[in-house]
Design a protein around this ligand. Sequence first.
Ligand code: HEM
Length: 147
Amino acid sequence: MTITEPLLPPERAARVRASAEHLDFEDPALFRDTFARLYAIHPELDQVLPNSEGGQQLKYAAMMEVILATLDPPDEQELELPGLGQMHVLFGAEPEYYTWLSEAVIAGIAAKLGDLWTPELEADWTELLSKVSAKMIAGVEALEEQV
Ligand code: HEM
């Protein structure tokens, strides 16, 4: 299944994109802070996610790239979130991990943006990550239904 419409309406997508302009997803401080938040609350994920710092940095940057790409009009990209979700079964991602990771990602972004962070941005980023996660998980459920 290919995405047929952007995950957020244009105004909210523009707000997320503008906030991302202030973020460098390859900044070691940002991914370190995010994973530290995640492991502080869910230490068991240390066994699931890449255990080298370089691996975590690559994974974080790749994940954020995919998430932001979902904001683009569908004719500009072909994203396969259900397929990505199916691949994540092999990576050991359980459905609840998506919420945990999303919360840590959003908390990390909020801390980095500081005074630029607003309730609107919190709602936008939360909805975006929730929709991306739901599409990835739906890919897994579709496979399970075929078995
Ligand atoms: C918000 C949803 C997520 C997105 C958009 C996402 C995106 C990605 C992308 C683009 C990659 C790189 C795939 C490749 O190498 O071709 C990746 C790898 C990976 N993801 Fe995710 N991910 C998400 C959630 C999760 C969750 C919830 C977990 C588990 C807690 C997870 C665990 C992993 C692991 C273990 C890898 C492989 C890293 C490696 O190469 O060793 N991801 N993810």
